[in-house]
Design a protein around this ligand. Structure first.
Ligand code: GLC
Length: 718
């Protein structure tokens, strides 16, 4: 390979020919390669393309590489397939509310089948950044605030995308992103700097990546952010020291979009050439969109500023991944128009979309058992910007969604009502704008109805990349609509469409029933109807805490106690809290109601002693004391009472989902070992310290009464 050809294998570009049909998802940047694309392929000056789809078109591009280039190295086609391809599943944050990693694996598998049928080999997913500041627009793409839950979902989505064998035509190379710490952006402001301790980095933000790589992910994307002053694109200690030398990661590292060139803006590179040098030496194998590697790597090597061996190693990794994907054996894998026709929009995918959407719905409140609704003999007013809406079903990062026959909330409700005419739909306002006369029309509809469904929330462009919000309130126009509707005095059920936790206020917060529906994708309306009318009991749990107020962000359950914790909301003085704002979640992580009720027996911890190299079993009897079958998500939390560093007040260490018939009981047991109690001490040793631990088996991060067990010291330790 010539040096130019090597640089080519380390350069990827957004497909100029095929992305035009979709919404813009990246800023305009990089070289205009549209008219020179064929020549660039013939010269071998790209690893492949991303976000271009279509088997036939991809086949034509691949033919150019295989038949008209000197080395005949097959192209690699990537894309942002996060939560479905043409058939859209709930946004990842929403699906994480299922607390069912197996479900996430199945939807990732379905997405891989559809995306690979449409000419994709590599997905820039799963997005596994921990999100603890809900102002950050990209919380929507991840698995929420907790590293344990985030790790389970990261591994599950990698398994789903990559399937049995990477060389299978329906397998996608997974790309857990964004390595690392992106979700810790100060103020939740996208692209902002990140400052965190080594302990927090290793205990909160890195575990999902370790889980993803342990699950076999063979690529990762380095993040935009600087971490403690070092931009990730130049972070050799993490990209090479940790990732390659410690974790023995053998996959490929791709930069985020023009992130290598942004080293100049970060102020650590003098110019593009310097940025190129820093990125390749840090361990970034592939340059995305900026063209810097093609432009500058050859001269950097010729002048001895970058060893040829570094370039060769990066190229070797790229070619190895292409080989593992089966592209050398069959360059036309995943480029078959017949398969594209067969495997896109299958009934199985739609059925799974409905199942995953249902499982993602979280019932926060249900005072007076307003839910489930009757399917007949009542007049329902569906009021709000998201009642009939069909433009905000897919959610952010669904560039290939084909929503032409997606099911809106209105359509889903009408489909199950005995008399569809009993549903009156009034928008009342736009997501962020007043509709002249809309409020009066909505009030009139509420007055004429027996019950009101208020469909409120965020439009999908209020979440995702470059969509951080300075507050996490409902838009004022929607709050005003809610106040007016609640004043009418009819029973009100709030349905939220949201990409993050929201700070609920006034009539919305006080509504008798509140249902979180995230962005649920293709089967939105059917899934919500399945739950609202009781064909399925809600089972979702919050993967992010709903706070009292926007001002509390970042807000998460796994915080440290501080020296003056608020233990009694009625004793607000000299405590860790804001004036007039109790520092509890309005609805905590892990919270979610069903249409039944569950009683948790007192946890049993056996002898209450955990030997240094032993295990302890925690048991609780769970009983469905309600009147119908329902699925409960039982959560296990610990707290290290005294340690050499302050520890979180609770840490999730286990989840189990149990479907129990009315009146049925089952003993739930969890096992803990010392490994579950380890943390990074002041010297960054990953250790457990002997002493007392509290343990909860509970339905949320703030529920339950703890039991205590003791980790006994090792005979070898003081
Ligand atoms: C974007 C995103 C990244 C995405 C990439 C390609 O800037 O940060 O998640 O995969 O560019 O679209």
């Amino acid at each position: 390979m010539t040096l130019a050809e090597k640089a080519g294998q380390l350069s990827i570009y957004s497909d100029p020919m095929r992305i035009g049909t979709r919404r813009q998802i990246n800023p305009d940047a990089g070289p205009k390669i549209d008219n020179g694309l064929a020549q660039r392929i013939r010269e071998g000056r790209l690893i492949g393309l991303f976000n271009g789809v279509g088997a036939a078109e991809g086949r034509a591009l691949q033919r150019l590489a295989i038949e008209e280039s000197r080395l005949k190295i097959p192209l690699l086609f990537g894309a942002d397939v996060l939560h479905g391809f043409a058939t859209v599943f709930p946004i990842p944050l929403g699906e994480t509310a299922s607390f069912d990693p197996g479900l996430a694996e199945r939807t990732a598998r379905a997405a891989a089948i559809e995306a690979s049928a449409n000419g994709i080999h590599w997905t820039f997913a799963p997005m596994i950044d921990i999100g603890r500041d809900q102002r950050w627009g990209r919380v929507a793409e991840g698995a929420g605030e907790d590293p344990y839950l985030g790790s389970l979902f990261a591994a599950a989505r990698v398994r789903g995308f990559q399937g049995q064998r990477l060389s299978d035509a329906d397998s996608l190379l997974a790309c857990p992103k964004h390595f690392v710490g992106y979700g810790g952006a100060i103020g939740g402001m996208d692209y902002n700097s990140v400052e965190m301790s080594e302990q927090t980095l290793h205990e909160v933000y890195l575990p999902p990546f370790k889980a993803a790589f342990d699950a076999g992910a063979l690529s990762t994307m380095s993040a935009f952010n600087d971490l403690n002053g070092v931009p990730m694109m130049a972070h050799r200690p993490l990209l090479t020291g940790l990732l390659r030398e410690q974790w023995k990661f053998r996959g490929i590292v791709v930069s985020d979009y023009t992130a290598d060139r942004e080293l100049v803006m970060h102020g650590v590179a003098r110019d593009d050439r310097d940025a190129t040098r820093l990125a390749i030496l840090a361990g970034v194998d592939i340059s995305m969109q900026s063209d810097l590697y093609n432009l500058h790597l050859p001269s950097l090597v010729e002048r001895g500023e970058v060893p040829m061996a570094v370039v060769d190693e990066a190229v070797r990794r790229v070619l190895r991944v292409k080989k593992l994907l089966g592209l050398f054996d069959n360059p036309y894998r995943s480029l078959d128009p017949v398969v594209e026709q067969r495997d896109t929009h299958t009934p199985a995918a739609r059925s799974l979309a409905r199942e995953s959407a249902r499982a993602s719905i979280v019932l926060l409140k249900n005072e007076g058992q307003l839910l489930p609704l009757r399917k007949s003999s009542q007049k329902i007013a569906l009021i709000g910007p998201f009642g009939a809406d069909a433009d905000n079903l897919a959610g952010p990062w669904s560039p290939f969604s084909d929503m032409k026959d997606a099911v809106s909330l209105e359509q889903g409700l009408r489909a199950v009502l005995r008399d569809p005419a009993s549903l009156k739909v009034v928008k009342g306002c736009d997501p962020e704008q007043i509709i002249r006369g809309g409020l009066d029309e909505a009030v009139a509809a509420a007055k004429a109805a027996d019950i009101v469904l208020l469909a409120l929330g965020e439009s999908q462009d209020m979440s995702g990349e470059a969509a951080s919000r300075a507050d996490i309130l409902l838009p004022a126009v929607q709050q005003a609509l809610a106040e007016a509707i609640v004043d009418v005095g009819k029973p009100v059920i709030v349905l939220l469409r949201n990409g993050r936790a929201l700070a609920l206020e006034g009539a919305v917060r006080d509504a008798s029933a509140i249902v979180v529906t995230w962005f649920l994708g293709t089967e939105t309306g059917n899934a919500i109807a399945d739950v609202l009318f009781g064909d399925h009991s809600p089972s979702g749990r919050l993967p992010v805490s709903f706070p009292q107020s926007s001002g509390q962000q970042p807000f998460f359950y796994g915080h440290r106690n501080t020296g003056r914790p608020q233990t009694n909301p009625k004793d607000p003085y000299w405590k860790t809290r804001y004036r007039y704002v109790t520092h509890e979640a309005l609805f905590p992580f892990g919270h979610g109601l069903t249409y039944s009720q569950f009683r948790y027996g007192e946890p049993e911890v056996g002898s209450g002693k955990l030997a240094w190299d032993g295990a302890i079993t925690i048991r609780t009897k769970l009983t469905n004391i309600g009147t119908r079958e329902a699925e409960e998500t039982v959560q296990l939390y610990i707290h290290d009472r005294v340690a050499s560093l302050t520890r979180p007040v609770r840490e999730l260490k286990g989840i189990q989902k149990l479907k129990l018939a009315a009146g049925a009981s089952r003993v739930v047991s969890f096992k803990l070992t010392r490994a579950d109690l380890c943390f990074y001490d002041a010297a960054m040793n990953f250790i457990a310290e002997p002493g007392e631990f509290e343990v909860w088996v509970a339905p949320s991060a703030t529920a339950g009464t703890p039991k205590v067990f003791v980790l006994e010291g090792s005979p070898l330790r003081p």
